[in-house]
Design a protein around this ligand. Sequence first.
Ligand code: C2E
Ligand code: MG
Ligand code: MG
Length: 621
Amino acid sequence: MRPIRRSSALRERAVSGTSEGPTPAADLIGPAVTESNAQPSPGTGATTPYSSAFSAAPLAMAVVDREGTVAGANSTFAELLGTPAEALTGKAAADLVDLASDTRTWHAYREVLRGRQAELRCTRRLKHPEGHSLWVRVTVAPLPGDGSGGVLLSVADISDHRELQARLRHLQMHDPVTRLANRTLFFERLTAALEVESYDESGTTGRIGLCYLDLDGFKAINDTLGNRVGDKLLASVAERLTRCAEQAGYGRSSPPLVARLGGDEFALLVEDSTGTEQLADLAESLLAALREPFDLSGRRLSVSASIGVVERHAAGTTPTALMQAADTTLYWAKADGKDRWTLFDPERNAHLITRQALAATLRAAIDRGEFALEYQPLVGMEDGRLRGVEALVRWNHPQFGVLAPNRFITLAEEDGSIVPLGRWVLATACRQARAWQVAHPEEPPIFVSVNVAVRQVWDSDLVSDVARILDETELAPHLLQLELTESAVMGSSGRPLQDLQALSDMGVRIAIDDFGTGYSNLAYLSRLPVSVLKLDGSFVRGFQYESDNSAAVPPNPADEVVVEAMIQLAHRLGLTVTAECVETLAQASRLRRIGCDTGQGWLYSRPVSPDRISELMGARV
Ligand code: C2E
Ligand code: MG
Ligand code: MG
């Protein structure tokens, strides 16, 4: 047996010869060799049965003192670590088997050393001095019957077991024909990618993309040329897809995952995608790669594929929703003529959605927080500065993607869920307006304009809701504008009229939305507590062409005259005018010329996120 150098703690004990005599730990290790005494001490000089068992054990073991220092290690341990046993003595055991790299293990290890925890088991990957790595199972437990506080560290090499496990897992997770990830692995990765922790990290885009691909006419190839040719084709297709994925992943942390989902269906999962453009480029490259003829054992085969492309925020989507969208989109690509990619279009999809499907989930969706607001700038026509924003609600439907309000507002009005939804919109918009004000104290505050449905006026106590929300959000009443349609206020008497009056008295501005599509009874409106007219987009559309643009259709002079007269009358009645749907500079300059006060439309900005509005504050829009 090789002499073993004891750690200082054990040495002190042995040298001072306490009444306990040699500790069981010392018994186990066998003859003690100290710096001052290189000879086995009498009495312990004989090799004990324990020490022989210790040194000959096929399990790597070391005795560790209560300070965590190796008092002795057996030769199996030495071999495992590729270090002479003598060199191990005196070393910190935690360093040898990497117990300090994670705090939980380190804490548990300290507890075992202090005798406060019975055992520690953990799996570790160690680097052998010869370069290879090995997986070990580490157990730390008190030495049986040992009063010294020493522990036994045993280390089992489980590298073979791990490798076998990994190989089995690989088999379970991969398709034997193409060697691609199979459905199981694909869904595992997709599910993981859609977990909040994955996409919510800083530095990630929080988006996810998917190309769902199906070969056109594969069944015919399989039927006429046989399964073997079919399989070869699938394997070659897989190779090309993998190559495209690698090219697409160049310079990124990981290339898209390519999987065979079954038959001739493949999927490419792009985690942390940057937008639809990235997915479109990928889909285009896949189609191009597959259009090249295949040479299968001397037989030339041409195939094409159809691809459904989905790209969206990871938040609020589920694997099922994403796959359903991909499936629908692939179906469109096939229906549109094959050999093409098609991008998921929530509008096109929404046509397929039954009203019932939406209505049934509306109320629960409010509680689940599936709604979000975008804000569209309202811009001063004279100076181009941001005056306010209109809050526009969107439904981030887990299954159907982002739905525009025209898909669900009517439904919400029909079943009454517009009341809680409207309340949520109002509170969210007011909170946001106040947040902008607080964040930009140097800028004049901007107001927020919130759409109010008729039923909100009739079926809920709008006045007390507004008062409470203004109070809670600390937003000044003059920074809130409510948009109602003409038909909502027409003929109002009794409570609705009193409500409008109460709101106006509070300092909240009332605007008539889509003005001009209904009765357009200005004289009547002026008797109501209304202060803003929002001219419907259909008027502005008539302003599309400048008269000096001879190539274009001339503007309809009637429109211009009517609108000009309307604006003048509105001004005389003390109303300000906002034009909706301003899309061109020509429209804007005409509207400015005829005295329109504010404009809203794509020329200035589409509806955008609150952050973008923050950026626009103070800038000319
Ligand atoms: P609206 O109040 O007339 O809102 C303006 C709509 O015109 C918005 O559509 C906006 O995106 C669109 N738009 C803005 N600029 C342009 C442009 O230059 N050209 C064109 N073609 N369109 C433009 P959106 O967001 O789809 O809203 C549609 C309607 O849904 C709104 O019409 C409003 O009546 C209703 N709505 C939106 N949010 C709410 C809400 O929170 N509550 C209620 N009750 N209704 C809402
Ligand atoms: Mg509106
Ligand atoms: Mg409108």
